[in-house]
Design a binder for this molecule. Structure first.
Ligand code: NAP
Length: 282
C-alpha cells in the first residue's frame, strides 16, 4: 500500500475504507471483509453510530494494532475542552482502542477552537497520533491554525470528479495539510458509475469507473476512503495501483469539474442553522 506522510511524520495509507451509512448491525461484517480484502485504514465517526461494530471487527481481526490506521471524528457540541476530551474517550471505548491514528473535527460548526485545544492535548497525551479537520473551507482551517499551536494534519472534504477542490488542494499543500476525499464517487449520484467520460478512460485500461476515479485522486496525491458493503467491490476498489492515467486522461477528468458541491455548501445559512445545531449525545 502506498502511504502519505502527514505533517507530523505519521504515515497514512493513501487508500482506506469508509463506513458512513453502514448500518450498526452490518458494520462488523463489512469491516471484517474489508480488512480481509487488504484495507488497513478505516474511517468512522461518532455520528455514524457504528464505532462499536468497527471495534468488534478490529478486536477479532488478528492484525497488529500498528499495522492499522483508524480514524474517527468529533461531532458538534458545546461542552468545551472537557467535553471534547470526554467525547474522544467515549469513541476510544466504543472502538476498544487506546488511541486513534487520526481524530477529526467532523464539521466546521460550534466552538471548534476549544475542541482543537482539547485535541492538541489529546495528541500530546498519545490518544490521537494525528489531528485534523473535516468540511473546513480555507478561511476556517487557516484561522484555526493561525491561532493555535498545531496545523491540522488532514482536511477531509468532498472531493470527486464533479467537485475537484483544485485551488483548496494547492493551498492545503502549501500549508503542509493533507487533503482527504470523502464521497470519491459522489455517493453514486448523477449516474456516477456509468459516466461516459470515466467509462471511456476505463475501457482504455481495462478498468472500471470506480477504479479510474480512485486512480485519478491517488495520482493527484489525495487520500481516498471509498465505501462499499460488497466484498467484490472492496477488491475492485483496491486494484488501482497497477495502471497509470496519462497526462491527457488527467486533463480530461479535470475538465469534468463543476466546482460545486454535489451535496451541500457548509457556508450556507440554512446548513449553519440546521446541521450546525444538530447535536448528538455520543
Ligand atoms: P462514496 O464512497 O463516494 O460512495 C459510496 C457508494 O458507492 C455506495 O452506494 C456504494 O454502494 C457504491 N460503490 C462503492 N464502490 C463501488 C463500485 N466499485 N462499483 C459500484 N458502486 C460502488 O461515498 P461515501 O460513503 O459518502 O464516502 C466515502 C467515505 O467518506 C464514507 O464512508 C465516510 O467514511 C467518509 N465521509 C465523510 C464525510 C464527512 O463529512 N467527513 C461525509 C461523507 C462521507 P454499496 O455499498 O452498495 O456497494
Amino acid at each position: 500500500m502506498q502511504n502519505v506522510t502527514l505533517n507530523n511524520g505519521v504515515e497514512m495509507p493513501i487508500l482506506g475504507f469508509g463506513v458512513y451509512q453502514v448500518q450498526p448491525d452490518e458494520v462488523e461484517r463489512v469491516v471484517t471483509d474489508a480488512l480481509a480484502a487488504g484495507y488497513r485504514s478505516i474511517d468512522t465517526a461518532a455520528a455514524y453510530f457504528n464505532e462499536e461494530g468497527v471495534g468488534r471487527a478490529l478486536a477479532n481481526c488478528g492484525i497488529a494494532r500498528d499495522e492499522l490506521f483508524i480514524t474517527t471524528k468529533l461531532w458538534i457540541h458545546n461542552e468545551g475542552e472537557a467535553g471534547s476530551r470526554a467525547r474522544l474517550e467515549r469513541s476510544l471505548e466504543r472502538l476498544g482502542l487506546e488511541y486513534v491514528d487520526l481524530y477529526l473535527i467532523h464539521q466546521p460548526y460550534g466552538d471548534v477552537y476549544s475542541s482543537w485545544r482539547a485535541m492538541e492535548q489529546a495528541n500530546k497525551d498519545g490518544l490521537a497520533r494525528s489531528i485534523g479537520v473535516s468540511n473546513f473551507y480555507p478561511d476556517r482551517w487557516l484561522d484555526l491554525a493561525l491561532h493555535n499551536e498545531v496545523m491540522p494534519a488532514v482536511n477531509q472534504i468532498e472531493t470527486n470528479p464533479f467537485h475537484q477542490r483544485l485551488r483548496e488542494h494547492e493551498l492545503m499543500a502549501e500549508h503542509g495539510m493533507q487533503i482527504e476525499s470523502w464521497g470519491p464517487f459522489a455517493e453514486g449520484i448523477n449516474d456516477f458509475f456509468s459516466n461516459p467520460t470515466l467509462a471511456a478512460i476505463g475501457q482504455a485500461h481495462g478498468k472500471s469507473v470506480s477504479q479510474v476515479t480512485l486512480r485519478w485522486l491517488i495520482q493527484r496525491g489525495v487520500v481516498v476512503i471509498p465505501k462499499t458493503v460488497r466484498p467484490e467491490r472492496m477488491a475492485e476498489n483496491l486494484e488501482v495501483f497497477d495502471f497509470e492515467l496519462t497526462d491527457a486522461e488527467m486533463a480530461t477528468i479535470a475538465g469534468m469539474d463543476e466546482d460545486t458541491s454535489q451535496f451541500f455548501d457548509h457556508s450556507e445559512v440554512s446548513w449553519v442553522k440546521g446541521l450546525g445545531t444538530h447535536f448528538i449525545d455520543r
